[in-house]
Structures are given as structure tokens and as C-alpha cells.
Design a protein around this ligand. Structure first.
Ligand code: ISL
Length: 537
């Protein structure tokens, strides 16, 4: 891709996540598709993003909307054809945009031919491709739970054994200790690398390898306790050391190609998140290229908390590696719903935009974040997500952050001419791309300005990072590269605040969310309520 002097696309560019069912529906069946993404490439190029991560589009029976793959080499007809994929890839590359596929290899669909063969008999040559185990006195082999509810073991009456699944029972886990599994999956990965795909987002990395002695987990108290899954410490079914071997092998495979990358979903919702995510970066050059620390995403709002998250994350990332920054994805409530509802919502959203795009690390934007999309309201009848179906009303599932992209104020928010698979969020009349494109003062234009600033100023995309001050309401930091030094100050309070900085040198405004003109002089650091200010010294 577009690697030029000092610019590596996955380090210095901006990555945009698309949930393809919900982005744009080109054929009117109510479900977003690949031709839909291709149609919107000009928009994405106008926004200035460097890469798209597209949630899974491979053939799938859709028990988990694509996170259950039954053919790694094919495109699911609901999203289009192989040719549609090639057209998207070519169109993106023409515009200098890289394509990152979602690689779901912790498990397959139960309808993948490998699993069908594996479960056909205890003597099947593919039996050991999945994790089969005898029961203990008619009970599951140990106490492992599935992240999506119930036991991690499903009884197979026909062959008289249990198989293990970390998520739904329709998502049996592959046995990554088996070299034949590696060879087969690596073959499928090479298939996409040879077709020109630029990278992969690796699903569910922490679950890849399980304890070889199948020991039961000790009791514990996790983030969503008393959900049974969080009543144990996941010592033996997560983060096993052998997972690093798999990543090292994968890295060696990718390194045979030019400028390809992989970013891992290194999930953890606890203060240990940064350390765990960073561990999968290995030495910095031998495992993942990028990992996700979800601490900001799970954090409460505020300068102090966000500062602590950044500090921990940067401290954990190995010297030779590179961080990423993320506030949203398809599994969690949208940042707008978490932090920006009510008065001053848009101002708060601007602060988040500035945080995402000026901190050190590759920013990941989730579709709709750039216009301030809120969670949608999804009634019980409309629920699609298996998690919502299972846990309503305690957990309403992940549909609210997956509602259709809001393109216009017209019917179905301009997403589809059919009946959308999920209802559009009520905010679409005021919050949509068309309206915001016309308004230079909109959130969308603010994002676009920030994205282009990162390209103009190497200090923002590549520079060093140093926290400035300890103000409880202001998160401030210096970004420095060569002779360029920028001060970024984000006022998270609803009041006007003056920053006390012993080493502040008055400078020119580069960007302000509170109406100051670029080029004006900032002699003191008096910040307006919720102001994001970038000053060049
Ligand atoms: O989102 C979660 C709980 O609501 C997490 O536990 C999440 O399930 C975990 O991070 C793994 O997520 C990934 O793999 C799942 C898939 O459903 C998610 O969409 C994906 O991001 C199984 O493939």
C-alpha cells in the first residue's frame, strides 16, 4: 500500500471499521453489501481514511452474523460475489485505501466441512481438528463456560463426546495445537494475501489455545459478574502461552509479503487490559503488528481516567511496537451513547474525535462515529443478535451499535430501498452524512479536518508523546517530531479552565473546537468549556 518515506499505512494512517450488513445496501435486500461499500469509496476517500477493516464477509450461516465461517475462501452471497470483492479491493487501492479482512480462526461454523467431518466419527481424520473430550461421569470435562452463555462443552450424542466452544455452540473452537489445522488455515490466509488483501483483524486472539490438561478454572469475580462466565478466572481457557507461537507463525507468513499487517482483538475488560494486549505484540516485531487495548472504550468519561488509560497503554507497549487507539466497535455500545447524550453532546463528541486522532497510535474509527451516531433503539421483536435473544432484558445484545449507517434524512436514512435488517436509529433525521457534509461546522467536517491534520503534521501521526500537566479536567499532551512540537489540550469539563503549564510557550492555534481561528495567537491556555485545542509552538 501507500508506504512512502516514513509513512507506514497501518502505523500512521487512519483505519475505518465497517460492519458490512449495516453500511450501505446496493441491491435493496435490506442488508448492506460489498457493492455498497464500493459505492461509498468516494465518501471514505473524502473523509481521508487510509484503510478499511471490514467485519466478516465470508460464507456463513450467520448464527453470529459472519463470525461463524463455513468457507474461508468464499464470499457470502448476502454480501456479493468474489468479483464484487475484487472490484472493491481494486477501487480502494486506486484511491490509496488498504483493505483489512476479519479473520475468525479461533473457531469455525459448525457447518464448516471440517467440523462436519470431525464430528462424523471418533476415527475421522479431522477428529483432532477441533477440541473433543470425554465426559466425567456424564458431566462436561471441566467447568469452562462459553462467553455467550452456558457451558463451553456441547454433548455430541452420535459419537459420545463433548466438543468445546468459547462462544455459541454453532462456533466450535479449532484445535490450534494440531499442525494440520495451522497448515489448512494458513493456506486460506495465503489465498487472500495472494489476492491482494492488505491485512487482517484477528478475532478472539486470547482464546486461541486452551490448556492441554483441561484444568478447571479457579473461582473469580470478573467485569460482568455475577454473569456465570465472570465468576471464574479464565486461567486455563484464555491467554495460554502457546497462543504466542501461533501468532509468531502467522507473523512469519505475513512477513513473506509486502506491507501486510494484522491487528488482534486482544480482548480484556479490566485494568490488566493494556498489559495483556501488549503481550501479543511480542518483541514488537515478531507477533501482532497492532493490538487493541479496550481500556478507553470501557473507561468512565473524564480527563483523569483517560490520561491514566493512555499512560498505562503507552507504558505497556514494547519499544519496537506501535499502539492503536479505539473508542468503538461492533460489540460495545457506541461512544456517543456512553458519553455524549444530553446537553453538550456534540462538544463532547468533538473532544473524543480530537483524542482519537491526536493521541499516539493508529486510530480506529467505527462507521458512523464521524457523524455522532447514537445507539439505535431495538425492540425485543427486532433483536437479531443471538446474545440479545438469549439475555433480554438483562443484556439487550449488540444490535444497538450495529444499526444502519445514516446517510440522509430520507427513507431508511438512505441506507436501503428495502426493509433494513435492523431499524435505523431515530436520530437519522438530524444526524446524517448528507446534512453534515453541507455544514462546514459539523462534527463530520471536524473529523475530516483532524484526519487531514494528521497527514499534514508528522508530529501527530508519528511524533513522540508526553503528557503535560496533571489538571483534573484537562487532558493535555505534547506531540513532537523533528522541529515540530504541538500541544494538544482537551478540556473535559463544562466550565472554562485555565491550564497551568510551567513549560508553555505561546503559539499559534492549529485547530480549535470552540471557534478560534487557525493562525490566531494563543498566549494563555484558557480553554472554553469542552474545548479541544491544538497549538503549535
Ligand atoms: O463483546 C463481548 C461481550 O459482549 C466480548 O466478550 C466479545 O465476545 C469478545 O471480545 C469476542 O468478540 C469477537 O468474537 C466473537 C464475535 O461475536 C464478536 O463480534 C467478535 O468481535 C465470536 O466470534
Amino acid at each position: 500500500m501507500r508506504d512512502t518515506d516514513g509513512f507506514t499505512w497501518w502505523k500512521h494512517g487512519v483505519i475505518y471499521q465497517i460492519y458490512p450488513r449495516s453500511f450501505y445496501d446496493a441491491n435493496g435486500d435490506g442488508v448492506g453489501d460489498l457493492p455498497g461499500i464500493t459505492e461509498k469509496l468516494d465518501y471514505l476517500s473524502w473523509l481521508g481514511v487510509d484503510a478499511l477493516w471490514i467485519s466478516p464477509v465470508n460464507t456463513s450461516p450467520m448464527f453470529d452474523f459472519g463470525y461463524d465461517i463455513s468457507d474461508y475462501r468464499a464470499i457470502d452471497p448476502v454480501f456479493g460475489t468474489q468479483e464484487d470483492f475484487d472490484r472493491l479491493l481494486a477501487g480502494a487501492h486506486r484511491r490509496g485505501i488498504a483493505i483489512i479482512m476479519d479473520l475468525v480462526i479461533n473457531h469455525t461454523s459448525h457447518l464448516h466441512p471440517w467440523f462436519i467431518e470431525s464430528r462424523s466419527s471418533r476415527h475421522s481424520p479431522k477428529r483432532d481438528w477441533y477440541i473433543w473430550h470425554d465426559g466425567k461421569k456424564r458431566k462436561p470435562p471441566n467447568n469452562w463456560m462459553a462467553a455467550f452463555g452456558g457451558r463451553a462443552w456441547e454433548w455430541d450424542g452420535a459419537t459420545g463426546q463433548y466438543y468445546q466452544h468459547s462462544f455459541l455452540k454453532e462456533q466450535p473452537d479449532l484445535n490450534w495445537r494440531n499442525p494440520a489445522v495451522r497448515d489448512a488455515v494458513f493456506g486460506d490466509i495465503r489465498y487472500w494475501l495472494d489476492r491482494g488483501v492488505d491485512g487482517f483483524r484477528l478475532d478472539a486472539v486470547i482464546w486461541f489455545v486452551k490448556d492441554d490438561r483441561f484444568r478447571s478454572n479457579p473461582c473469580g469475580w470478573g467485569p460482568n459478574a455475577p454473569r456465570p462466565y465472570d465468576l471464574q478466572k479464565h486461567v486455563y481457557d484464555q491467554n495460554r502461552p502457546e497462543t504466542h507461537d501461533v501468532l509468531r507463525d502467522l507473523r512469519r507468513l505475513l512477513d513473506k509479503y509486502d506491507s501486510r499487517m494484522m491487528v488482534g482483538e486482544t480482548y480484556e475488560n479490566s485494568p490488566r487490559g493494556a498489559k495483556i494486549a501488549a503481550s501479543y505484540l511480542g518483541t514488537g516485531t515478531d507477533e501482532l503488528h497492532l493490538a487493541f487495548d479496550f481500556s478507553l472504550l470501557f473507561s468512565k468519561y473524564g480527563a483523569r481516567r483517560f490520561r491514566q488509560c493512555l499512560a498505562r497503554w503507552y507504558e505497556a507497549v514494547p519499544e519496537a511496537a506501535w499502539p492503536s487507539i479505539v473508542l468503538n466497535n461492533h460489540d460495545q455500545p457506541r461512544s456517543f451513547a456512553r458519553w455524549c447524550r444530553g446537553r453538550h453532546g456534540t462538544e463532547r463528541a468533538r473532544l473524543l474525535a480530537a483524542l482519537l486522532l491526536t493521541a499516539r497510535g493508529t486510530p480506529f474509527l467505527y462507521y458512523g462515529e464521524e457523524i455522532g451516531m447514537d445507539n439505535g433503539a431495538v425492540s425485543r421483536r427486532q433483536i437479531q443478535d443471538p446474545l440479545g435473544k438469549k439475555y433480554w432484558p438483562f443484556h439487550r445484545g449488540r444490535d444497538p451499535s450495529r444499526t444502519p449507517m445514516q446517510w440522509t434524512s430520507g427513507p431508511n436514512a438512505g441506507f436501503s430501498e428495502g426493509v433494513p435488517w435492523l431499524p435505523v436509529a431515530a436520530s437519522y433525521r438530524e444526524v446524517n452524512v448528507e446534512g453534515q457534509m453541507k455544514d462546514p461546522g459539523s462534527l463530520l467536517h471536524f473529523y475530516r479536518r483532524l484526519v487531514s491534520l494528521r497527514r499534514e503534521r508528522a508530529a501527530l501521526s508519528r511524533g513522540s508523546f508526553r503528557l503535560a500537566g496533571e489538571d483534573p479536567d484537562i487532558l493535555a499532551f505534547y506531540r513532537e517530531e523533528g522541529s515540530g512540537r504541538l500541544l494538544v489540550a482537551l478540556n473535559f469539563s463544562r466550565g472554562r479552565r485555565t491550564m497551568k503549564l510551567h513549560d508553555f510557550i505561546p503559539g499559534k492555534v492549529v485547530l480549535s473546537s470552540a471557534g478560534r481561528k487557525a493562525g490566531d495567537f494563543a498566549c494563555t491556555m484558557e480553554l472554553e468549556p469542552y474545548e479541544a485545542l491544538i497549538v503549535e509552538e
